[in-house]
Structures are given as structure tokens and as C-alpha cells.
Design a protein around this ligand. Structure first.
Ligand code: MG
Length: 402
């Protein structure tokens, strides 16, 4: 410890108050001798951001919600703090480009990550990306940018970090990749049970500790569907090169199938701090104070195919990937609203897929949308999904206890 300030790697964390962001700061505690968070950005949780500012003394912070940014400025002013407080989407972009940050972690969820992700990719800095929606919705324009970005791009999503690690130096030998899915909390439920599933039950994920949106996505398997498209985007793969297998133990994070029939897999205990740490230290690894995998204690690892009838979201994502262009953006936008409506008790669990399916059917695909157009399609899908939730026909209403 005790390295001279300024010789440490500057880190920008977008989404520092979210589940991934808080874990990233935990990793920064472990790496306090080598890494220093210099820029933080949050949506609107300024109480936690305020604590983080006191702990880390960053040079700059950004708050997406403008009223919250104003409130934070008042608190900091009253304390005589000089930290710069930016606001809105442009504030997040400025944090993504912050000069003293050599590594940028984009951990914001939803479409709000798209502009800062694009900005960070263009700087040539190392970018760790833990957002799914922007990668998926970004479509062909973002895929092109990912291929030509001047800096290193390190995925933070567990499965994609695993593929990234297996692929090192082997990009041209890949036949396909296999994403593992825990199956979520409802993996053994029948359709009748799924119809009555509550938000509390959906949030109780058996293996991973995650935010509410992604937890519901894990329960519908939309999370895995988005990860299929995410893998296509990150590793420049076709849809038929990305397979999914249900693996309850969440120990094998992904496999890469090579041309000659060889499989490489990455294994470890399910802990998001591992891929976060790897994004910070890549291409090196550091010792981490976490539990170690003991296969002899696990006894066995299981693998089974996902059930498309009970989990139609996986098929919807494949359909959106097939359609391409603006379809993945529409998939994400509709999912965001449908998941929120389910969490608010406005629609049933199974209605999430019905709403997304209807929005996707109505959408007229644009084959090569620009990044701005992608955002428009995303917002159209959110709006259309919201209308369908409000119409609230029998198909989507939550099941009341009889
Ligand atoms: Mg994942």
C-alpha cells in the first residue's frame, strides 16, 4: 500500500450507486494501492453518492437527475467540498471522458448508458462494460464501433468476461460459444405457478446478488436472451454461434467451442467482483480475497436445455436478433417498461413476455439505424409498452388471490 497519489490508475465508475457500482468500489478498496476512483456517476441516489464522495474524494461526479444534482451541490457547498458536480446525460458523458481516468467502468443500466459508452469507446481508454441494454440496443452501428474502438474493451457481465478470457488470442479458432443460465428462481415452476409469481419471488435469485431489473430478467430468462445478443455484439458472432444451456450451480460461467471440437470453459464461484477486478487489472490478474471453488464439495455440475414454453422471452430475444437492425432496441425498451410494470404490481409475470412480443410484432424494422435512431426506437418501444400496460386487458393483469 502507500503508493504515491497520481501513480495509481484513475478509474471512472458510471453507475457507482447501483449493485455493480458498489461492488466495483469494494474492489477499489482491495486495490487501493494501485487504483483510485477519480470520477463517479449516479442516477439519483445522492445519499449514497454523498457517502462515496466522502470516502473516495473523486475529482468529479455526475448525477443524471438534475434536481438531485442541485441538492447534492448544496450539501457539498455547505461542507466546503470542491468536488465538481455535473448533471444530466451530458454529465455522464463528461465523466466517461474524464481525463484522469484511464479505465472507465460503464455500469449504468438501461439506455442511459449508450451515450457515455460510445464516448468512452472513442477516447481510446480501457472500457469495462457491465451494461447490457446499450450493447444490445446499439445494433449494427455500435457493433461497428466495438470492432474499431481504439482502446481495450473488457466485458464485465460474468458470462462475457468468461468468453473474453477463454478467447484470448483464439478469436479465429472459434466455432461457437455457450452461455450458461442458472435458470433463475422459477426454473422448476410450471406455467400455473408462473402466472401467479410475485415480484418478491422474482427478486429472490438463488445464485447471484443483483439489482431488481436484472433479477426479473433472470427470472424470465430475458437476461440470457439479451446476453445472446450481447455476445454477438461483443465478439462479432452470428446468432447460430451463441448457444444457451441451463446450469443450476452457476460455476461454469461460459464455454467456448473451438473449430477442432475442443471446449474451453471458465469456472469460479458466482461473484461479480471477480469480472469487475479483471476489468480493472486486465491483462494481469491479482490475488482477490474471495472464496475458492472446491469441486469436491459441489459433487456434481448439471446441464440441461432451457424450456422455451415456460420462458418465451428467450425466444423473443432470438427473434429480435434474427430481425436485427432496430429490433433489439425495441426488445430492450419494451422489456424495461414491462419489468417495471410487473415490479409495480400492474401486470402479471407472464404478461412481461406478451407485452414485449406485441411491441416487437408492431415494430417496423429499420435495418441500419444510427445510434440516435436506436435511441428513438428504444423510446418508442417504451411508450408503446406503457400503452399496453395501461390498456391492461385480461391477458396482462396480475392474478389476484381468489
Ligand atoms: Mg450475466
Amino acid at each position: 500500500m502507500g503508493a504515491v497519489r497520481g501513480t495509481r490508475t484513475g478509474v471512472a465508475i458510471l453507475g457507482s450507486t447501483g449493485s455493480l457500482g458498489r461492488q466495483a468500489l469494494e474492489v477499489c478498496e482491495w486495490f487501493a494501492d494501485t487504483h483510485r476512483p477519480v470520477a463517479l456517476a449516479a442516477g439519483g441516489n445522492i445519499r449514497l453518492l454523498h457517502d462515496q464522495i466522502r470516502r473516495w474524494k473523486p475529482e468529479v461526479v455526475a448525477v443524471y437527475r438534475r434536481s438531485a444534482a442541485r441538492q447534492l451541490r448544496q450539501w457539498l457547498h455547505a461542507e466546503g467540498s470542491t468536488v465538481k458536480v455535473l448533471e444530466g446525460g451530458e454529465g455522464l458523458v463528461e465523466v466517461a471522458r474524464w481525463e484522469n481516468a484511464e479505465v472507465v467502468l460503464v455500469l449504468v443500466s438501461g439506455l442511459a448508458a449508450l451515450a457515455p459508452l460510445v464516448a468512452a469507446l472513442r477516447t481510446g481508454k480501457k472500457v469495462g462494460v457491465g451494461n447490457k441494454e446499450a450493447l444490445v440496443a446499439g445494433g449494427p452501428a455500435l457493433r461497428q464501433l466495438l470492432k474499431t474502438a481504439p482502446g481495450a474493451l473488457v466485458p464485465v457481465d460474468g458470462e462475457h468476461s468468461a468468453i473474453f478470457q477463454c478467447l484470448m488470442g483464439r478469436r479465429h479458432e472459434v466455432d461457437h460459444v455457450v452461455l450458461t443460465a442458472s435458470g433463475g428462481p422459477f426454473r422448476d415452476w410450471d406455467v400455473g405457478q408462473l402466472q401467479r409469481a410475485t415480484p418478491e419471488e422474482a427478486l429472490a435469485h438463488p445464485n447471484w446478488n443483483m439489482g431488481p431489473k436484472i433479477s426479473v430478467d433472470a427470472a424470465t430468462l430475458m437476461n440470457k436472451g439479451l446476453e445472446i445478443i450481447e455476445a454477438m455484439q461483443l465478439f462479432d458472432l452470428r446468432l447460430d454461434q451463441v448457444r444457451v444451456v441451463v446450469h443450476r450451480e452457476s460455476v461454469v460461467h461460459a464455454l467456448v467451442g473451438l473449430r477442432d471440437g475442443t471446449y474451453l470453459a471458465q469456472l469460479g464461484l458466482p461473484d461479480m467482483r471477480v469480472p469487475l477486478a479483471y476489468a480493472l487489472t486486465h491483462p494481469q490478474r491479482r490475488e482477490l480475497p474471495i472464496g475458492r471453488l472446491r469441486l469436491e464439495e459441489l459433487g456434481r455440475l448439471s446441464f440441461e436445455p432451457p424450456d422455451p414454453d415456460r420462458f418465451p422471452c428467450l425466444q423473443l430475444a432470438r427473434r429480435a436478433a434474427e430481425l436485427g437492425g432496430s429490433a433489439p432496441a425495441v426488445l430492450c425498451g419494451a422489456d424495461e417498461v414491462a419489468v417495471r410494470a410487473f415490479l409495480d404490481g400492474r401486470i402479471s409475470f407472464l404478461a412481461i413476455a406478451r407485452i414485449i412480443s406485441r411491441v416487437l410484432e408492431e415494430h417496423v424494422i429499420m435495418k441500419h439505424p444510427t445510434l440516435d435512431q436506436v435511441a428513438e426506437h428504444y423510446r418508442w418501444a417504451m411508450h408503446r409498452a406503457e400503452q399496453l400496460v395501461k390498456e391492461g386487458d385480461e391477458e396482462v393483469r396480475p392474478c389476484r388471490p381468489c
